[in-house]
Design a protein around this ligand. Structure first.
Ligand SMILES: Cc1cc2nc3c(=O)[nH]c(=O)nc-3n(C[C@H](O)[C@H](O)[C@H](O)COP(=O)(O)O)c2cc1C
Length: 247
């Protein structure tokens, strides 16, 4: 399935019908997950489905009402193993787009916790994707995306792959990425968040993986190669942390 068109129409869905999706759809989701590209071949985040979560949702403190939640987990405590956070974003944004392409709504939830299974492995949980049939429109027009001007996230606003990354979702809509195009590749930076946001939001690396997912899908669409490597030794950029290089 081509996920690229969904980049330009998906949105976070926050109201769902309570009816669960058919069992066949859940089976289709599981087989779709098996086919998603990894960011790094050696880092494969795990997942499980749960029907109930607890925790803060949006600005309020109510629990998201969705029929399904997919909890993404790593092998180290809360994604402490290198590469797990951005891998979770990269792989499972493909699922968010796959769901959109199948007219199923979804929303990333940074603070939802599993309310069904209670075991020590929950410490490795990274992030949740709520999904189900929307009780609101789950698509939108490109003009309705609320994003920073593209000139704030790159020196190459005409680049199709960066335009796709520009539309990526991020926690609290922080859009922490910067893509600096050079003759021989693209340097990727992550914005340093300022307090109080930096104290409450720790998932910027997941956001980076999501933006890289959009970038990679645009490369695939336009027949360009995509390879990303983490690299902390890029030229310093005030207000940003070096993240990696796209070759
Ligand atoms: C890592 C991550 C965590 C998020 N956590 C929440 C959340 O806890 N509650 C919520 O309502 N939305 C959450 N969102 C959704 C963002 O608020 C949303 O993606 C952003 O505002 C952009 O809007 P859009 O997804 O409709 O394009 C999260 C998104 C990401 C990528």
């Amino acid at each position: 399935m081509n996920l690229y068109p969904s980049i330009f129409r998906r949105k976070s869905t926050r109201r769902y019908e309570s009816q669960p999706l058919p069992q066949q759809t859940i089976a289709d989701i599981e087989s779709a997950i098996k086919g998603f590209a990894p960011l790094y071949p050696s880092v494969v985040p795990g997942y499980r489905f749960v029907g109930k979560t607890k925790g803060k949702f949006g600005q309020g403190s109510f629990v998201a009402e969705a029929p399904h939640f997919l909890i993404i987990s790593g092998q180290g405590k809360r994604g402490e193993k290198p590469g797990e956070l951005e891998s979770a974003g990269f792989v499972y944004q493909q699922l968010a787009l796959w769901l959109d392409a199948n007219d199923i709504g979804s929303v990333w939830l940074g603070s939802a916790k599993d309310a069904e299974t209670n075991n020590s492995d929950n410490n490795n949980d990274i992030i949740t994707l709520a999904f189900g049939k929307g009780a609101e429109n789950i698509h939108r027009a490109q003009k309705d995306f609320d994003r920073k001007p593209i000139s704030e996230i790159t020196n190459a606003p005409d680049d199709i792959c960066i335009q796709a990354a520009h539309l990526a979702p991020s926690g609290v809509n922080t859009q922490p990425w910067y893509f600096e195009k050079k003759a021989d590749g693209v340097l990727v930076y992550r914005q340093k968040l300022k307090p109080p946001l930096s104290l409450m939001y720790k998932l910027s690396d997941v956001d980076m993986g999501i933006a890289l997912c959009h970038y990679a899908l645009a490369c695939k669409e336009t027949g360009k190669p995509f390879a990303f490597t983490r690299n902390a030794d890029l030229k310093a950029k005030p207000g940003f942390i070096p993240f990696g290089v796209i070759a």
